[in-house]
Design a protein around this ligand. Structure first.
Ligand SMILES: [Fe+2]
Length: 316
C-alpha cells in the first residue's frame, strides 16, 4: 500500500466502490499560496501553466496523489473518486477566489491524471455551466426539473474519453439533484444487453447544435472489452441515432433497464468537491431537483484521456 501524503482515502460510507479522497487543509492552503498568482484567464491561455500547477500539487504530495488517482481510476473494482478539496471551516475567502481556487484544483487534478480534451461546447479545456430552475437549452444538461439519465460522456466525439471530472463550485437553494453513478458490474441486467446481437454493432451518434460538433460518429454501445475481458460502454440516450425498429427497441430497453437499476449510487456532492470516474465502466447522471425558483448551481466538468506515458516514467 503506497503512502498518501497530504490527503486521506476512505471508502464512501454507503457506497464501497466510491473512494473518498480528502485533501488536507494544509495541502490546499500551500497549493493556494503557490498558485494564486495565476488567474483563470492565464490558465486558459497558456496550456503549460496547467501542467505547472499540476506539478505544484504533485510536489506537495511527494508525487503520491497522481499515482493514487490514476491507479484507482484504472482499477475495475473502484474507478470512482469523490474528492473533497476544501475543509469547510478552512479557507474562508470571497466567492470569486473560492471559484478560482476550485478551477485551479480541478485543473491540477486533470493534468495529474492525463490531458483534458477540448470541450467543444465551451471551446476550452473545461466547461462551466449553471443549472437554474428554468432553461430553454436543447439538451437535458442544464434542466433542473428532470432527471438526467445514466450515460457515458464523449459518445458523439471522435476522441477517447477515459475519465470525467464533475465539480460542484457553488450551490444555492438546492434540494435533490444528487449525482447518480452506476458501475457496469453492478448492473443486474448487464448480460441481457451485453450478450445481445446488437451489443457490438456500430450505431450512429450525433449531437444538438449547442455541442458545436458538426460531424457524426459511429461505434457500438459496448466497445472492445478491457484487457481483462470486462465490458466497456459508450452510451447516451439523447445522441444515439437508431436506424430501425430493432435498434430503437434495443436502446429503449437498455435505457429503461439502467433507469430502473436499484444498485445506482445517489451521491451528495458538497460545494468545492468533485467526482472523478472512469468513463468506460461507470455511467453517470443527475437526479431531478425540487422546484425552487431561486435554485442555482455552478458546475465545472472536464473530460479527457489518461497519460499513457505515466506508467513508464513512474514504475521505476
Ligand atoms: Fe455526462
Amino acid at each position: 500500500m503506497s503512502a498518501h501524503i497530504g490527503f486521506e482515502v476512505n471508502p464512501h460510507k454507503d457506497y464501497q466502490r466510491l473512494q473518498v479522497v480528502t485533501l488536507s487543509k494544509d495541502l490546499v492552503e500551500k497549493f493556494d499560496e503557490l498558485t494564486s498568482q495565476y488567474d483563470v484567464q492565464s490558465i486558459e491561455y497558456k496550456p503549460f501553466l496547467r501542467f505547472f500547477i499540476a506539478k505544484c500539487l504533485s510536489d506537495l504530495t511527494q508525487n503520491t496523489l497522481g499515482d493514487y488517482l490514476t491507479s484507482t481510476l484504472k482499477n475495475r473494482s473502484t474507478g470512482a473518486i469523490l474528492m473533497q478539496c476544501i475543509d469547510p471551516e478552512g479557507i474562508s475567502k470571497s466567492h470569486d477566489t473560492f471559484i478560482d481556487l476550485n478551477i485551479r484544483i480541478s485543473t491540477a487534478i486533470s493534468h495529474l491524471i492525463g490531458l483534458p480534451n477540448l470541450d467543444s461546447m465551451s471551446g476550452k479545456f473545461y466547461a462551466r455551466f449553471s443549472v437554474k430552475n428554468e432553461d430553454n437549452s436543447d439538451s437535458y444538461l442544464r434542466q433542473a426539473h428532470r432527471r438526467m439519465e445514466l450515460h457515458n460522456d464523449g459518445t458523439y466525439v471522435k476522441e477517447k474519453t477515459d475519465w470525467v471530472i464533475m465539480q460542484k463550485m457553488l450551490e444555492k437553494n438546492v434540494e435533490g439533484g444528487d449525482s447518480l453513478l452506476l458501475h457496469l458490474d453492478d448492473w443486474q441486467e448487464l448480460s441481457k444487453f451485453y450478450d445481445h446481437p446488437l451489443a457490438k454493432k456500430d450505431f450512429q451518434w450525433g449531437s444538438p447544435s449547442s455541442k458545436n460538433v458538426s460531424y457524426k460518429t459511429s461505434h457500438p454501445i459496448f466497445l472492445d472489452d478491457d484487457k481483462d475481458g470486462n465490458p466497456m460502454m459508450s452510451y447516451i440516450d439523447q445522441f444515439v441515432e437508431p436506424k430501425n425498429i430493432e435498434e430503437g427497441v434495443y436502446l429503449y430497453e437498455l435505457g429503461e433497464s439502467l433507469e430502473n437499476e436499484s444498485n445506482t449510487y445517489h451521491v451528495k456532492l458538497p460545494e468545492g468537491s468533485m467526482i472523478i470516474i472512469n468513463n468506460y465502466f461507470w455511467v453517470h447522471g443527475r437526479d431531478k431537483f425540487t422546484a425552487n425558483k431561486n435554485l442555482h448551481r455552478e458546475l465545472l466538468r472536464q473530460r479527457g484521456v489518461f497519460a499513457e506515458y505515466k506508467n513508464e516514467t513512474t514504475s521505476n
